[in-house]
Design a protein around this ligand. Sequence first.
Ligand code: ATP
Length: 212
Amino acid sequence: MSNEQPKIPQATAKRLPLYYRFLKNLHASGKLRVSSAELSEAVKVDSATIRRDFSYFGALGKKGYGYNVSYLLSFFRKTLDQDEITEVVLVGVGNLGTAFLNYNFMKNNNTQIVMAFDVDEAKVGNEVGGVPVYHLDELEERLNERMTVAILTVPAQVAQPITDRLVRKGIKGILNFTPARLNVPETIRVHHIDLAIELQSLVYFLKNYPAE
Ligand code: ATP
């Protein structure tokens, strides 16, 4: 993100990709403006939150007019660095890792998995979803300063030592799909997604807090 961008609260920043994807589709269909109520319905965020979010980046919707789609889009593009491709590496080409490699992230945004690592000789040397799989021993020599994000889909018990190596090589953000809680320096951002816990919590909420 460039320095001229206003500082946006983290909760707002997390919703930006959601807004961005919806607005891109609207723009493609030729729509020039959108109301917070329409947006709210589409992205399932209440309209008061949307109005507050948008106020942070100077998009003040006009009553009876809504928001200018092109203005919002160009803001999001700049803020999310959509004009620049973020190179991502993936470690652990198991079931989950393979699914990510086959999933084309470029469809919706400008992040691209450029290489993957594993220790299984049967996987090393292959391409999965067009992405080369290298041996973990080559991690240090293969990573370069353009690669700032890593996806971790390895067994939990090896997550920490791999994280330490990634951080030493300059990785700034980790999307952690392992159940392991990772220790990282304060400057490194970890987003933890434990699919089993998410599923369990959904089931719990359905049972205990059924929708009206
Ligand atoms: P998933 O958990 O993605 O469903 P899986 O059940 O197929 O995968 P896991 O045992 O969880 O397999 O391992 C995920 C992947 O991580 C495998 O491809 C395995 O070879 C790889 N792996 C295991 N140890 C390491 C390591 N130290 N470094 C890199 N990759 C590893």
